[in-house]
Write a protein that binds this ligand. Sequence first.
Ligand code: NAD
Length: 438
Amino acid sequence: MKIAVIGTGYVGLVSGVCFSDFGHEVTCVDKDPAKIEMLEAGKVPIFEPGLDALLERNVEAGRLSFTGDLAKAIEGAEAIFIAVGTPTRRGDGHADLTYVMAAAEEIAKLARDYVVIVTKSTVPVGTNRQVEQVVRKANPDLDFDVASNPEFLREGAAIDDFMKPDRVVVGVQSDRAAEVMEEIYRPLYLRDFPIVTTDLESAEMIKYAANAFLATKITFINEIAKLCERTGADIKQVSKGMGLDGRIGNKFLHAGPGYGGSCFPKDTKALARMGQDAAVPMQITEAVISVNDGVKRRMIEKIEDLCDGVLAGKTIAVLGVTFKPNTDDMRDAPSLTIVPALIGAGAKVRVADPQGRHEGEALLPGVVWTEDAYDAAQNADLLVILTEWNEFRALDLKRLSGAMQTPHMADLRNIYSVEDAKQGGFTAYDSVGRRGWV
Ligand code: NAD
């Protein structure tokens, strides 16, 4: 089947590459000429493990191509996926649908034959019907269907998530569109991955409900972590004991510096906004948003405490600034709240991150970028672990503490323990939801 994908970001590019690997003929289009230039040269503009090899294989097989020309991309396509950004609209928390609607209008003006216009972007309930209206208005004669196909991949594990999904969700309103979607996902049907076929509204809601639930789970454990600190319980033991209950599950129960990233912050805000607009306040989600803001602020207090209450003039080594490991994505990362607060209070910040520098340089002005954890720690007064990249999981603590001015550690991902810190030559250690040693 011939497929076009609009947007070559984290979702569009992974979807396009994986669809071509399913055997479809895929053209990915982006309005950013720099991205298309890179992709045409066989380079991947984002860091996503395994994506470059899969892209190369499918380009070589002649099933995958890139263009900046939408007309060329959609020629003969039976399905066009919209995978553009839906960031938070400034001021009101609503998902900004400007890019989705612009793409829909562009498609309408260029499409000639029957096509299914599939929204892969995360969009509020009702958006697919709006897309339908926009297309119909711009091209009343076009024979088309809309479909909702929200994406659940995780950055850093995107290919596996796409190829072996927990489920695929498809919202349709005609059998014809359902058949096209079934054909697209046939390799997954054949391998018995669950495909939930439903109406447009339910498909749209599933995505927001799932993300808000996950954000709630993280925030819940972060709140319990705070109580653990006050009461002497150990959050790692608590998470383990809770997670072994099959009704709860052990995923998303790791206490840390608060959720961030390109999805949870904006999707929780958009759900809260949807609730307000429908006069059904999403009280739990609203609480989650506010508690999560508090979690990030609490991390700054921990850092301050480990600097003896004075940040001015201190040198702080920060390990990891991306919102999670195995991605270069910095959108809404906790580092974007924490690091500027430290710099604002007069600290000098030395950063090490395996992939964060490219995006991070513009977002974190004033930091010193270093080669690795040992370089970052030179003469530092505090080491802060903010993102649990693998290379930060087995650090030579003696070497680190030896390089520091004051060997203190804020382990905001609970990688090490007080014992590890003591043996590694540190003289103060704090983490999240466990007894500190300050
Ligand atoms: P992104 O910002 O990485 O990529 C969007 C791309 O779309 C950009 O390259 C941009 O240039 C391009 N674009 C915008 N308008 C265009 C147009 N009219 N024509 C051609 N190209 C256009 O975004 P993303 O992270 O891939 O997210 C896309 C959507 O998927 C969002 O709605 C997001 O919520 C959702 N989503 C993201 C993830 C994730 O992990 N990133 C996971 C699931 C769902």
